[in-house]
Design a binder for this molecule. Structure first.
Ligand code: PMP
Length: 410
């Protein structure tokens, strides 16, 4: 029996079942938004009484909020092993971070076709490379494109939000640098599962979201090399981003303030930093072992169920984080997801996961079901999910659910 690695909120929530009664919620949707760690809830409770504007006031609460905000910047910087010339800019989420960087890139961006839309759509001058069936061939194709014509940036995902598969970041960083480009890692799915050290990996820019890192919504991070960020137009124009304003001239601040106009989300940022501090205190290898063991249990179990197919991008990839996406023959993904929720209190995600080109590429343009794991997951949860899917495939959906949800006509 594999117990949860850490306490997260909502572990003991009772959810109503369509057939009557309740059961404990089994959360398989960590990749969408991870429930808050107890350290995060504690930090919010501690800071809430001092709710005040940061950088703006001399009052006691304002000073506490300002300190919390700037301490959070240091925590995040430490957590990702940022170099001295790398600055932490607080944003709303990964999407915001990538749009900010897109406004600062001085040239072409090379990107794979399997990216989340957030790492595909913001790039204005993008050169899209088709991923191959193996990681090694995919890396080779990126190298060829980087050598073919000068690019400013290689923008890659750290871990796919559909298959969980991980790219060899250090190798890609070397390739990018050898061609004169920089590298950005979309860390939305990597950072919650793996220790990321920017200096060790040679990564220039990293984006991630608090709400996938066991903290609440509304705070994200772009960390990266200062020169592009200092040279770029301010991402948002307004108070807090300027040194001096005259009616005929504005003198903008340097990053990070340059891109953080408006009253900052101090609670969100402090919560995100509390998550970073808590994760930094965990044994990173033990976290990986926990998630790998659960993932293996899930994938092995799914492979024994008739008509269930687990999606993978690459034939030669061994490394992945706790994300498993699958289809069930004869059932719409949305129906599987609503059956699991209504009858078993299991929360998965269905759809195309903001990665339409990827789904089309693996022959699942109609979508799939995603089960994603995290620190609060246990083998009991996995067994419950596997049991429910076995019953669905063997017996079909129960009459109660079919009638209530109106999705089947048995
Ligand atoms: N990139 C990846 C790989 C993601 O999984 C997500 C979220 N699904 C995003 C970017 C966007 O994150 P957010 O919605 O927090 O901006």
């Amino acid at each position: 029996c594999i117990a949860p690695f850490a306490t997260v909120s909502g572990c003991d929530v009772q959810v109503p079942l369509v057939q009557g009664g309740t059961c404990t919620y089994a959360n398989f949707d960590y990749a969408a938004s991870a429930p808050a760690l107890s350290a995060v809830t504690d930090r919010i409770t501690e800071l809430l009484p001092f709710y005040a504007s940061v950088h703006r006031g001399a009052g006691y609460a304002s000073r506490i909020s300002t300190t919390a905000y700037e301490d959070a910047r240091s925590s995040v910087s430490r957590f990702v092993g940022a170099a001295d010339d790398q600055v932490v800019v607080f944003t709303r989420n990964t999407t915001d971070s990538l749009n900010l960087l897109a406004s600062a890139v001085p040239g072409d961006v090379v990107v794979l076709d399997i990216e989340h839309h957030a790492n595909l759509l913001p790039w204005k001058n993008s050169r899209i490379v088709e991923a191959a069936d193996t990681v090694s061939e995919t890396v080779w194709r990126l190298a060829v494109e980087l050598q073919r014509a000068p690019a400013a940036l290689l923008a890659v995902t750290g871990a796919s939000n559909v298959t969980g598969e991980v790219l060899p970041i250090a190798e890609l960083a070397e390739l990018a640098h050898a061609s004169g480009a920089r590298i950005l890692v979309d860390g939305a799915q990597l950072v919650p599962h793996r220790r990321v050290d920017l200096v060790e990996l040679g990564v220039d820019y990293l984006a991630f979201s608090g709400h996938k890192l066991y903290a609440p919504f509304g705070a994200g991070v772009l960390v990266g090399r200062r020169d592009w960020l200092d040279a770029a137009e301010p991402y948002l124009a307004g108070g807090g981003a300027v040194r001096e304003v005259r009616l005929d001239h504005t003198e903008w601040s340097c990053a990070p303030a340059r891109h953080e106009a408006g009253t900052p989300n101090v609670l969100g940022v402090a919560a995100l930093a509390a998550a970073c501090d808590a994760l930094a205190g965990f044994d990173a290898d033990a976290v990986i072992r926990h998630e790998e063991a659960l993932c293996a249990l899930l994938v092995d179990g799914l492979q024994t169920i008739d008509g269930v197919e687990v999606l993978r991008l690459w034939n030669d990839s061994a490394d992945s984080v706790g994300i498993v996406t699958f289809t069930v023959d004869g059932y719409e993904p949305g129906h599987v997801a609503s059956y699991l929720s209504a009858e078993y209190g299991i929360g998965v995600r269905d759809g195309r996961f903001c990665a339409h080109p990827l789904l089309a590429r693996v022959g699942r343009a109609g979508g799939a079901v995603r089960a994603s794991l995290g620190l609060g997951s246990s083998s009991d949860d996995v067994e419950r999910l596997l049991g429910a899917l076995r019953l669905l495939v063997e017996n079909g959906p129960t009459w109660v659910h079919a009638k209530t949800a109106g999705v089947w006509n048995p």
